[in-house]
Write a protein that binds this ligand. Structure first.
Ligand code: COA
Length: 351
């Protein structure tokens, strides 16, 4: 039977490292000011989230979501030994797209040099759950024969839409820029432990207003009713979050999804090499590991050095630990995600 195999993996983070010590002094152009801009500290950020630093794109507007996605995609293609023109489908997850429409996948397609009609483009909007949602789509596409080579990429430029004042500190300190990508394709195999073994997605729209960003409300007219230049009054253009509620739901749903993945596949932690959770908060991942009885040495994190890169976290984290010599080809990975929506899910795959 046809199964879906991960053919290549790649990631990219911009060069600028922003340590916690800089965060209180950054203005909204990401310049380090002499005077403190935000009432926060390295100690608070590290203690509450585990984050020590994150990456930001240059502050001159020269790098957008599709640019980070391009480099991660090129690296995944190189890893797979494929040319860009062999990709016949792109699925791109992002909450920080280049522009409102069209979606960013078409800009990535053009930058990859494969525009012209031979490659379908999907943009998905499942925020931190994009990797599992996208992999479920890619797996279905490959197994039904709809597409042969699917590029699944998550890319985020968060630094352009954070509130660098005390008002926005709960969200601002958590997020970073980065991208991660996989290329998948068909393999003929009857081994149920080959390729993508399990994907399961869930959503609960009653949590939608617990983590959101409006920018403008297209359901209302006029769409932009506020003074977009008014930084002090205007909360519309920045993410809003009920942190504690999101935290509690993330733990609950990630534990459930992890247990569901084990139950559905009949696998145990003896079989699985790595747990790659979404990277929102180190304390969330530690709690999930404790409640789902995941051996701590099997948990892969990058939140400490990259912060939360939303749609990018899972491939970015797996690729980082491959580069560190931990995860390797042939390993069995269980990944669980949770994000705005609420959306969540799990996947098991042979890497
Ligand atoms: N620096 C300093 N103080 C801060 C702060 C910051 N960056 N952000 C919030 N605080 C303050 C709060 O105002 C509050 O002050 P108060 O007690 O005087 O009211 C205090 O710190 C505690 O805030 P609280 O929200 O209770 O902290 P917390 O332990 O819940 O941690 C988060 C806050 C945001 C780190 C945590 O709730 C979280 O990670 N939530 C989930 C985030 C997430 O997963 N998001 C993405 C989903 S994919």
């Amino acid at each position: 039977m046809i199964r879906t195999k991960i053919l290549g993996l790649g990631s990219y983070v911009p060069d600028r490292v922003v340590p916690n010590s800089e965060i209180p002094y950054l203005n909204d152009r990401h310049e380090v000011c002499a005077e403190q801009q935000t009432d926060t500290s390295h100690e608070w950020i590290e203690q509450r989230s585990g984050i020590r630093e994150r990456r930001y794109v240059p502050n001159d507007g020269s790098v957008g979501c599709s640019d980070l996605a391009l480099i991660a995609s090129q690296r995944a293609l190189e890893d797979a030994g494929l040319r860009a023109d062999e990709v016949d489908c792109i699925i791109l997850g992002s909450l920080s797209p280049d522009i409102h429409f069209p979606g960013t996948a078409v800009f990535l397609q053009e930058k990859l040099g494969i525009s012209g009609g031979g490659c379908a483009c999907f943009d998905i909007r499942q925020q931190c759950s994009s990797f599992v949602y996208g992999l479920q789509m890619a797996d279905a596409f490959v197994r039904t024969g709809a597409y042969q080579r699917v590029l699944l990429v998550g890319s985020e430029v968060h630094s352009h839409s954070l509130d660098f004042t005390t008002r926005g500190r709960d969200v601002m300190v958590l997020f970073g820029d980065g991208a991660g990508a996989v290329v998948v394709g068909p393999v003929e195999s009857d081994d149920p432990r080959e390729g993508v073994i399990h994907t399961q997605c869930h959503a609960d729209g009653s949590g939608a207003w617990d983590l959101y960003m409006k920018v403008f409300e297209i359901s209302h007219a006029p769409f932009v009713w506020y003074d977009a230049r008014d930084r002090e009054e205007n909360q519309t253009m920045y993410p809003q979050m009920k942190g504690k509620k999101v935290f509690m739901n993330a733990v609950k749903r990630m534990v459930e999804a992890t247990q569901q993945a084990l139950h559905t596949t009949g696998l145990s932690w003896d079989d699985i090499d790595w747990f790659v959770p979404h990277q929102a908060n180190l304390r969330i991942n530690q709690k999930v590991a404790e409640l789902a009885r995941i051996p701590s040495e099997k948990v892969l994190n990058t939140i400490e050095i990259y912060g939360n890169t939303t749609a990018a976290t899972v491939p970015l984290t797996l690729d980082y630990h491959r580069q560190q010599g931990r995860a390797k080809r042939g390993d069995l990975v269980l990944s669980t995600v949770f994000g705005s929506g609420y959306t969540w899910g799990s996947t098991v795959f042979r890497f």
